[in-house]
Design a protein. Structure first.
Length: 80
């Protein structure tokens, strides 16, 4: 399996796999193969999202009214 998926492509493939598994007409071997591929795609998507989250920054004002760029904290306030 290609690990160089774009996020959108990986999600589309996961949707296809889910559809095939939901039909219930696969052999056990086919179902296991799709399931294993799905797990790998979930890991790929998770990695892509983690990397993207690390790149997200927000522009805020400091106490002096100057704009500063700082890392996005996921929307959590300090101490949460």
């Amino acid at each position: 399996m290609n690990t160089e998926y774009k996020y959108e492509d990986a999600i589309a493939r996961l949707e296809y796999i889910a559809g095939q598994l939901e039909k219930g007409d696969l052999t056990l071997e086919e179902a296991l193969s799709f399931f294993e591929e799905g797990i790998k795609l979930i890991k790929i998507c998770s990695k892509i999202l983690d990397e993207a989250e690390g790149k997200v920054q927000v522009l805020t004002k400091d106490l002096n009214g100057d704009f500063v760029i700082k890392d996005f904290d996921g929307g959590l306030e300090a101490g949460e």
